[in-house]
Write a protein that binds this ligand. Structure first.
Ligand SMILES: N[C@@H](CCC(=O)N[C@@H](CS)C(=O)NCC(=O)O)C(=O)O
Length: 356
């Protein structure tokens, strides 16, 4: 059922003309961009000298970023952090994780507390220009949805007249909600929370009537509710939420590594190269694949990396489909269809530029 709901969203989100996200509340104070490694232009050397990538991540969102029962950080976003560590350090495990709330995440990047942010973060103009981020390829095309108890009689946004609706501070969510409700002439009350766990606690206790965030997060948190079957995700999709990794402006090399390392997972899926079969391709006669894996030419060196960086990504972490299936798709509790997150060859939006 969840799978169908989500798929419905993915299709409808593409068809709808939706509001752009702007969240000025995320803007940092003047001067916060001082002293970070990224903007100095040598983040790659700093990470290599340190021997570890510092990853700003989420820890409250199953499927994307959370702490598993063994105390390890796991999830789709976490694995894209591993992609970066494999590319830069040749070892996907050399990561120090910094769990960040939505509100903390941009300051952490700007002050140099983290090298890269991979935390279900939406690419918006405001974050790109005003906050000074450089977004990598979108790893998950999402959209904002709404959850309410099934027995509440709430079946559409129109049924939320007078409702108290929970959102998390420092997200795109609050403005999207205000815009959509004002367009529909619906009066409601926004109740903000500093983190997702406190929002969920308020929702479960009935202090708020409904809550809203990215559809993927609604699906993921539904399973953690006391009665997962007792809630519905409404059909309306309120925004476009392209989620992906981000670094600070000012370091072209780091940006390019983030860009091509992420795309390497997508290109590997297109080539049919997986963590299981990548060694079989090392003596390939296909020049595109030989170049991609660093068997021929020097694409890795052009990025300032080892020439086998793409091989290391695929061998140690996997291609996009493997990462998706493990965390969100068929091999996960969420069983989400790929939808817009399929390769362009399969009707989705994932399309890597050529590795040449
Ligand atoms: N994609 C949106 C929303 C991201 C977000 O932080 N959503 C909340 C949903 S309540 C979340 O994932 N919280 C998890 C956490 O606090 O660890 C954005 O970039 O602003």
């Amino acid at each position: 059922m969840k799978k169908l709901l989500f798929n419905g969203f993915l299709l409808s989100s593409f068809a709808a003309l939706l509001v752009a996200c702007s969240d000025e509340t995320d803007a940092p104070a003047d001067g916060e961009a001082q002293g970070n490694t990224n903007s100095s232009g040598d983040a790659i050397s700093a990470i290599q000298d340190r021997g570890e990538l510092i990853l700003g991540a989420g820890d409250q969102l199953p499927g994307f970023g959370y702490v598993g029962s063994d105390g390890e950080f796991v999830g789709f976003d976490i694995e894209f952090g591993k992609v970066m560590a494999a590319a830069i350090l040749g070892d996907a495990e050399k990561i120090e994780f910094r769990p960040l709330s939505a509100q903390e995440r941009f300051t952490a990047l700007q002050t140099g507390e983290v090298d890269i942010l991979i935390r279900n973060t939406t690419w918006t103009l405001n974050r790109d220009v005003e906050i000074g981020l450089n977004f990598g390829p979108t790893t998950f095309y999402d959209g904002q949805g709404m959850m309410a108890p099934s027995d509440s009689g709430i079946e559409s946004l129109e049924d939320l007249e007078g409702a108290r609706i929970g959102v998390e501070q420092g997200t795109t969510t609050e403005l999207n909600l205000a815009d959509q409700m004002s367009k529909r002439g619906i009066d409601f009350e926004t109740v903000t929370f500093s983190d997702q766990d406190s929002l969920i606690a308020a929702y479960e206790s009935g202090t708020i009537d409904a809550w809203t965030t990215d559809q993927s997060a609604l699906v993921s948190r539904m399973d953690t509710l006391q009665d997962p079957e007792g809630h519905v995700i409404l059909n309306e999709v309120m925004s476009k939420e392209p989620l992906g990794p981000a670094v600070l402006d000012g370091d072209d090399q780091f940006y390019e590594v983030m860009y091509w390392a992420t795309n390497a997972t997508i290109q590997a899926e297109e080539f049919g190269i997986t963590s299981e079969n990548v060694d079989d391709f090392l003596d390939t006669e296909d020049p595109d694949i030989a170049r991609f894996l660093g068997v021929e030419e020097n694409l890795g060196e052009q990025l300032g990396l080892e020439n086998d960086y793409a091989y290391q990504i695929i061998k140690q972490v996997g291609n996009y489909a493997e990462i998706y299936d493990r965390n969100l798709g068929a091999d996960s509790p969420f069983n989400l269809d790929r939808g817009l997150n399929a390769l362009y060859l399969d009707g989705g939006l994932l399309y890597s530029p050529p590795f040449r």
